[in-house]
Design a protein around this ligand. Structure first.
Ligand code: E4P
Length: 214
């Protein structure tokens, strides 16, 4: 399973890249707003740090506007993926961008039929939002299982990108369900790298090492 970082924060992206675990980055308008920096100044830094796919989201709600925005966003680099909302106009934009071999990430996917439509339109990735489904009283991870099975049944090339992951078990479950990608917030990445027994074990090894005659 590929690991993308769900952030627009430069320091977080740099740190994950230094760990050697960063396969890509996903952003959205809310994540960009949190950085309080001009988009045109922020994105080149993200694209320079992340060699893998970087999802940048359009904010138009009509297909013509989305395609025009995509053309501008593509100027940031060859690894840019155009994030498009799962609405009828979004499907039109995905189809038109796919015909031009421009990579897309269909976002705000909340059921398997939406994912099926996005794949048929030619999306490179679909992003089911697991945590938001959990928040609404659903078993979000079941959606990943359904989409993985459907895409396998019909050999769709579209990758399943598990999004809106909120805790370490979400990452484990996404991997077990066969998600192609998990996009992980920084807070969750920090949790999955740690285990108290690792810290305790390292502490003991260092204490014992100090006792070795020098
Ligand atoms: C996906 O690409 C989105 O950026 C993200 O995963 C949404 O997560 P949230 O529900 O925590 O905002």
């Amino acid at each position: 399973m590929k690991i993308f970082l769900d952030t627009a924060n430069i320091e977080q992206i740099k740190e994950a890249a230094d760990w050697g675990v960063l396969d890509g980055v996903t952003t959205n308008p809310s994540l960009v707003a949190m950085e309080n920096k001009k988009f045109e100044e922020l994105v080149p830094k993200i694209v320079a740090l992340c060699k893998g796919p970087v999802s940048l989201e359009v904010v138009s709600t009509d297909a013509d506007g989305m395609v025009a925005e995509a053309e501008k966003l593509m100027e940031f680099g060859p690894n840019v993926v155009i994030k498009v909302p799962m609405i009828p106009e979004g499907l039109k934009a995905i189809r038109r961008l796919a015909q031009r071999e421009i990579a897309t990430n269909c976002t705000l996917v909340f059921n398997a039929t939406q994912a099926l439509l996005a794949a048929k339109a030619g999306a490179t990735y679909v992003s089911p939002f697991i945590g938001r489904l959990d928040d609404a009283g659903h078993f979000g991870m079941e959606l990943i299982q359904q989409i993985v099975a459907i895409f396998d049944n019909y050999a769709f090339g579209t990758e399943v990108l598990a999004a809106s992951l909120r805790h370490p078990l979400h990452v484990v479950e996404a991997a077990l369900a066969g998600a192609d990608v998990a996009t992980i917030p920084w807070s969750v990445l920090q949790k999955i790298v740690k285990h108290p027994l690792t810290d305790r074990g390292l502490d003991q090894f260092l204490k014992d090492w100090a006792k070795v005659p020098k």
